[in-house]
Design a binder for this molecule. Structure first.
Ligand code: NI
Length: 475
């Protein structure tokens, strides 16, 4: 028998100690069997403080599901997410039992969650399930939420848009459809928007993901909004064009929101247009002048209604006489930028150029520098406020969203305005669509009977009501 040297003993003792520590750590943090043979689990810390994952492997004779459960310490949140994961597993086990009976072999499912955003107040999470069964293609399913950590509830689109700005939801839906369509085209997909339209009609958007303070995200699993071969489709919608609609306290916690405010009614001595005494409403027309504008001016003149025209600068030269007529007949002529590019996509210098060139072109025709500007596509950020202040102008959005650009139908447009009309409201329309022009006399007739007076922005607000700010109605 050989005698161990001092050094060998030291190594042996160190080795045993290390094995002990590793063993303890494995026991403490890793595999801990529960029901033998059927379910194993282990805990894993995530990179997010206080959030752990419980990885559970559930096996039957026919299948194995590996499931990541979340543990945030917030019970309602954990329950919602993990219940959904369980429902994916239950569905899979049922399906795969049938498939393996038919085809033999084993099926596997992987259920995993991802944290998309974690703020002090909110948690945005997506759960994804992928399953591989004998003789079938991999199948994907997803579910997602943005939770309030305060209430433990999933925040809905209604919560972020608020009751007053529910018009933002159809606008968002339009943006989502457009983004899906773009993805399908980029994929050279075998399908059109039929599947997407059917899916969105049966499951209207309600929950959402958010990766940062400037976007909303919607994840659609394979086959939901496209062909199976298109795979999963995720669309990210920047919030820059939705600012007008994201004015709730919940929206402000989640997103960088540019403030949009009421403006006071102009104190005029003219009783006929005094909106402090009368129910005033402001029809505004964007994107013109067009070849339809003269006909609209005839209608407005006949009904003694005033309106406001947000002119695209590049169109002004060709239709200078129409703009002259607008001013002559008591309408307000205003700025809709030179090229109608979303200002949030422009540098500060390019933004100023768009505004100044349009002001100069309009001043040349009308003799007056415009006071009002409508940002194209309602896209605003802090640079837009600075540019407005520099030009001593007021931004104007709207409180009645007709979406006449999406639904080119005179009855729908008429109906939306009549349903949402309020004293001090600003209505957005476009004098480039025939159904819009057709709807206007009906709108004026019905609302006149209810006592409304149709005024220009100069009559509603006076000139330069809130330079450097953005307003959307009078109150
Ligand atoms: Ni426009």
């Amino acid at each position: 028998m050989t005698r161990l040297t001092f050094h060998a003993k030291l190594w042996l003792i160190t080795g045993i100690a290390l094995l002990g520590i590793v063993g303890f750590l494995l026991w403490r943090y890793q595999i801990a069997p529960t029901e033998p043979g059927y379910e194993n689990y282990k805990w894993v810390d995530t990179k997010y403080a206080g959030i752990r994952t419980k990885v559970v492997q559930k096996s039957t004779a026919h299948n194995t599901a590996i499931v990541e459960y979340i543990e945030t310490g917030n019970n309602p949140i954990d329950t919602t997410i993990n219940t959904k994961a369980d429902s994916f597993v239950a569905e899979f086990q049922k399906d795969s039992d049938e498939l393996t009976r038919l085809f033999g072999g084993k099926a596997e499912q992987n259920v995993s969650y991802q944290i998309v955003r974690n703020t002090p107040t909110h948690l945005s999470v997506v759960v994804t399930a992928t399953q591989l069964a004998p003789s079938s293609h991999p199948e994907h399913q997803t579910a997602y939420w943005t939770f309030s950590k305060i209430t433990g509830r999933a925040v809905t689109l209604d919560d972020i848009f608020g009751q007053a700005n529910r018009d933002g939801i159809p606008r968002l839906e339009h943006l989502v459809r457009t983004a899906i369509d773009a993805k399908l085209r980029a994929n050279h997909s075998s399908t059109t928007m039929d599947i997407a339209n059917e899916f969105l009609a049966s499951q209207p958007l309600s929950s959402f993901l958010t990766a940062d303070a400037a976007s909303l995200r919607f994840d659609f699993a394979q086959g939901e909004v496209g062909a199976e071969s298109d795979g999963d489709i995720s669309v990210t919608i920047p919030t820059d064009t939705l600012q007008l609609f994201l004015q709730t306290p919940t929206a402000r916690q989640l997103f960088t929101v540019s403030p949009v405010s009421n403006a006071p009614i102009f104190a005029t001595a003219d009783a006929k247009a005094d909106c402090r005494q009368r129910k005033c409403i402001a029809l505004t027309f964007d994107d013109g002048p067009s070849q339809l504008t003269a006909g609209l001016l005839d209608q407005l003149a006949q009904k003694k209604a005033h309106a406001t025209f947000f002119i695209i600068g590049s169109l002004s030269v060709r239709r200078a006489s129409t703009i002259e007529r607008q001013v002559r007949e008591g309408h307000t002529v205003a700025n809709h930028t030179w090229s109608h590019t979303s200002m949030t996509k422009l540098s500060v210098a390019a933004m100023e150029k768009e505004i100044i060139a349009t002001n100069q072109a309009l001043e040349k025709i009308t003799g007056t520098k415009p006071s009002y500007l409508r940002p194209p596509n309602a896209a605003i950020n802090k640079n837009v406020y600075a540019a407005l202040a520099a030009q001593d102008m007021t931004g104007v959005l709207w409180s009645v969203d007709t979406r006449d650009w999406a639904d080119k139908d005179a009855t729908i447009i008429y109906n939306r305005v009549v349903a949402s009309a309020r004293p001090g409201a600003i209505v957005v329309l476009h004098d480039i669509h025939r159904p819009t022009i057709e709807a206007v006399p009906r709108i004026i007739d019905t609302l006149s009977k209810q006592g409304y007076v149709f005024v220009s922005l100069d009559e509603l607000f006076g000139k330069n009501v809130k330079p450097g700010q953005i307003v959307y109605k009078a109150a």
